[in-house]
Design a protein around this ligand. Sequence first.
Ligand SMILES: *Cc1c(COP(=O)(O)O)cnc(C)c1O
Length: 360
Amino acid sequence: MINVTKPFLPPEQEYAALVSDIWKRNWLTNNGPLVNELELKLKEYLDIPHLLYLNNGTVALQIAIKALELSGEIITTSFSYVATTSSIVWEGCKPVFVDIDKETFNINAEKIEAAITPKTSAILATHVFGNPCNIDAIDAIAQKHKLKVIYDAAHCFGTQYKGKSVFAYGDISTTSFHATKLYHTIEGGAVITNSPELTHKMSYLRNFGHNGPEAFFGIGINGKNSEFHAAMGLVNLNYIKAILASRKKQSLYYNDRLSTLTTQKIKIQALTDFNYAYYPIVFKTEDTLLKAQALLEANWINPRRYFYPCLTTLNYVKPQITPIAEDISKRVLCLPLFHDLTTVEQNFICRLLLRAQNNK
Ligand SMILES: *Cc1c(COP(=O)(O)O)cnc(C)c1O
């Protein structure tokens, strides 16, 4: 069975060594030494001033929305994982969908201004598949209309835009370190901002609002993560270079072997050092996608329809239409891509895709 992704696991003894230290300290969670060390190492690796390690990427989005005190309408994309939209609704705000660009699959910045109303408080955009949004245009619109910007950068570990980690952009960037992401801590996430004030605010939001053991700054939630998760993150960080390098090599190999496939590939934003987090291909029709998917699955290969269905179909959002996102959602398939996917496996996948194309 070849799945769309496979969690990276480091050598067991490296993780076990850190776990043995946890046993000695008997300090399991609540901002322990490994959580602290992971935060320091991540800030250093990403070259960013502030980062708070959290229990997942969904709570990261919720804490970001709370920290910026957003209300009313939030402009967002309908082509993302469901957590992008559900967090907005969970925080009592209304998602207003703006359609995507048909080549980058990211929110189309040219269509944002038309969606702004007096109730709009922010833009929450996803850098889909690790490909940066049109950040310059989005930031200019936000400044002009005094809106906050949150980037859901769950796919973006390792992506650089204009020579900086893409996490450095927006009022707050959020990310996920879930096991399916290219860098993971089993479960986990983070919020990143350049603002020390927002960092302080989010640090108490993630810890029940505590200001010391017997006082509170205000409302909070439990967004903390454990020493065991941080240990996985610390060990995995030693392998990130190799993980990024193998995905690049595998993606370029797919490009080469699939050059005669009539599917559309993602267009990467200019001035980007891409992390090759996913390998999406867009078929001419949903029908050709379904035939290719069926042939792959008959051969024990499980690609995934990231992201299908389009988020406009959720039963808890007001009916809205984003034709390009709906169309791409129906035709996009992500091929298997993970650290130890072999050339033999890739050749097999590519042969099946070409056979599906020729047999139609
Ligand atoms: C994975 C993902 C999330 C959620 O992250 P979790 O850590 O699983 O909660 C949010 N947004 C996007 C775009 C994702 O891919």
